[in-house]
Design a protein around this ligand. Structure first.
Ligand code: T5A
Length: 224
């Protein structure tokens, strides 16, 4: 049984990750590919509990190291119980945020030294590196406007959290996030593709699909 493909969506607040992850999952399923659609923080019972703690409205103030360790603990369980078993069973995994979010939120924007982020990633992610990472890019002001304009169904509200502990940070924080994701994409072009998220949902979805076809589906057909 061939290992499934691992696709992650990354970007700042309100970039459209959840929307595009869902659309891609539907499109792959229509091709009879078995898909596990998951998210971070979350994606396993324990990781969802950690999500409630991290994003919860009553969570006490804490620094980027404590935060990175919590995200990493959630990720370790998510990988062990959800992601790796699915990939080994030949299913494709689509994940709304993954390790690049820790690199950028707790590292680039949060100020945690790169060596700590890299050490955590080595221990937790190990060789379960995404086959493809779609970075949805748009100016921070546009992403924040979208995130703030969401209805009550958004994922953070479901976690019992405030409208946000990140969304309310200064614009400069969000601009650093954008720069951070773009820096990763530039450094790892074999894994990452940047998509202009200012386009309509349909245009973004078409570009995502085109990328998946070229980078993963055609490649798989050639190796079959
Ligand atoms: N975090 C996470 C860390 O700090 N470190 C980590 O390691 C990890 C894993 C997670 C928070 O945790 C942080 C980052 C986050 O702050 P979350 O609730 O999961 O919190 O929130 P986000 O991942 O930020 O997700 P959002 O819901 O804010 O944004 P999405 O998923 O990017 O956007 P989406 O799809 O929900 O769309 C937002 C709105 O825009 C509309 C949608 O309909 C929706 O209303 N929209 C568009 N509008 C116009 N044009 C388009 N192309 C659109 N696409 C979507």
């Amino acid at each position: 049984m061939a290992r499934g493909k691992f696709i992650t969506f990354e970007g700042g607040e309100g970039a459209g990750k959840s929307t595009q992850a869902q659309l891609l999952a539907e499109r792959l399923k229509a091709r009879d590919i078995q898909v596990v659609l998951t998210r971070e923080p979350g994606g396993s019972a324990f990781a969802e509990q950690v999500r409630e703690l991290i994003l919860g409205s009553n969570t006490a103030d804490h620094g980027p190291l404590a935060e990175a360790l919590l995200f990493s603990a959630a990720r370790a369980d998510h990988l062990e119980r959800t992601i790796r078993p699915a990939l080994e069973a030949g299913q494709w995994v689509i994940c709304d945020r993954f390790a690049d979010s820790t690199r950028v939120y707790q590292g680039v924007a949060g100020g945690l030294p790169k060596a700590i982020i890299e050490a955590l990633e080595r221990i937790v992610v190990d060789d379960t590196v995404p086959d493809l990472t779609i970075v949805l890019d748009l100016p921070a002001t546009d992403g924040l406007a979208r995130a703030r304009g969401r209805g009550n169904n958004n994922s953070r509200a479901n976690a019992g959290g405030p409208s946000d502990n990140y969304e309310d940070r200064p614009l400069s924080f969000h601009e650093r996030l954008r720069d951070g994701f773009l820096m990763i994409a530039t450094a790892e072009p074999e894994r990452c593709v940047v998509v202009d998220a200012l386009q309509s949902q349909e245009e973004v979805a078409a570009q995502v699909w085109n990328t998946v076809e070229i980078r993963l589906l055609q490649q798989q057909q050639q190796s079959d």
